[in-house]
Design a protein around this ligand. Structure first.
Ligand code: MG
Length: 156
């Protein structure tokens, strides 16, 4: 088994959709980024690549490349899963933590989990998505942005 960790941050911006684990969450602000800025899926992809020792998404999908402008991060996740499969790895489980002061994510967690499980090709009981706040502290607390961590186990 191989373990990997991923971490990402995106800044809030007006006039953008808020997309987390492939789910559009209604909110007055979205996340700024070259792609759809799905911070949770970005952390997840980096965890998968980390476990497989295949670098990171910045190297795989450079934001200088116009083909990734506005990209659906779930499609990028498909590519990451394909890449690690080719190397003989399969995802055993994933645990994602989204750190956001606002909005309340509880109503969307179930769908986020299902979206991720589907893309990873594993059952939903092998995927956990959770949300927390930082009690008003730091950049998430002051609503500057959202961060996410992910931990993944790969089978060789
Ligand atoms: Mg990112």
């Amino acid at each position: 088994m191989r373990i990997g960790h991923g971490y990402d941050v995106h800044r809030f911006a007006p006039g953008r959709r808020l997309v987390l684990c492939g789910e559009t969450v209604p909110y007055e602000l979205g996340l700024l980024g070259h792609s759809d800025a799905d911070v949770a899926v970005h952390a997840l992809m980096d965890a998968i690549l980390g476990a497989a020792a295949l670098g990171d998404i910045g190297r795989l999908f450079p934001d200088s490349d116009p083909q990734y402008e506005g990209a659906d991060s779930m499609l990028l996740l498909d590519k990451v899963v394909e890449l690690v499969s080719e190397k003989g790895f399969s995802v055993s489980n994933a645990d994602i933590t989204i750190i956001a002061q606002k909005p309340k994510l509880a109503p969307y967690i179930g769908r986020m989990r299902d979206n991720v499980a589907k893309r990873l090709g594993i059952s939903a009981d092998r995927v956990n998505v959770k949300a927390t706040t930082e009690e008003g502290l730091g950049f998430t607390g002051s609503l500057e942005g959202i961060s996410a961590h992910a931990v993944v186990l790969l089978n060789e």
